[in-house]
Design a binder for this molecule. Sequence first.
Ligand SMILES: [Zn+2]
Length: 300
Amino acid sequence: MIHHKSCPVCYSYDLRLRLLCADHFKSRETFPVFTCAICGFSFTQDHPGDDVIGSYYESDEYISHTDTSRGLVNKIYKTVRSMMLRKKRNMVEKMTGLETGNILDIGSGTGHFLSIMRNSRWSVKGIEINEKARAASSEKFGLEIIPPEAKSTLEKASFDCITLWHVLEHFSDLHNYIAEIHRLLKPGGICIIAVPNIDSYDARHFGQYWAAFDVPRHLWHFNPDTFGFLFESRGFKVTDIKTLPLDVFYISILSERYKGNKMAFLTGIVKGSYFAFLTLFNKRKCSSLIYIMKKWGGCL
Ligand SMILES: [Zn+2]
């Protein structure tokens, strides 16, 4: 178990227990989520180390990696994913101002996003820890994806855009990844990172049942302030924050399921609609946020 004596972002020792959260997905074990009293950053405390965390992902239901289509929630997830892929491609092209270029997707999963980017004439590279997902990317799309330990072989300042779609919260070596992203981006290059938002309406509503806590797989629980503080002190400038408005439906349905609600789908859709409506007036309370950042001067 990894115990953080100080805040992983500002290194303060003033840490407070925020809530206890169960691993509803796999182990049923309980993990504490702590918040730093100084900078407000929240993180999973006493989580498994890299040597054993793999067993907490081992399930056919972990749809981020296994691409199964069983179950209504998974089918909805895949439909939403198709819509989101197009939105992500459009976002990359708009934010970089480029119609083609070099893009690196970190945590590329089964390669769907890189495939759609390559179809739009981008030169693509991916990093993925899961061997089966790398093999699936190769089989289905003919993509060459490298494992994380090979990322240091990538040439510095070689990418116009680096994307991380819902993966940063999984990385134990957070600071190392941020430094690598900075190294690999061209000067003025764009980094696009999507993560769950612990300040969202749904996070506040569901509390320990909020599906995006996803302990112990999610180690870091960002909000707009802590995310900005972390990256802007490491050579990036947050230039915009976008929403992923459909995530809230998936998260709400899963959260209702974790609460034991037999009508989880229906209740999740109703609550998701309510949260989605509220976030029309305050996007910083959206279930997931996409941070658009530019590589800035400054040193690491
Ligand atoms: Zn802190």
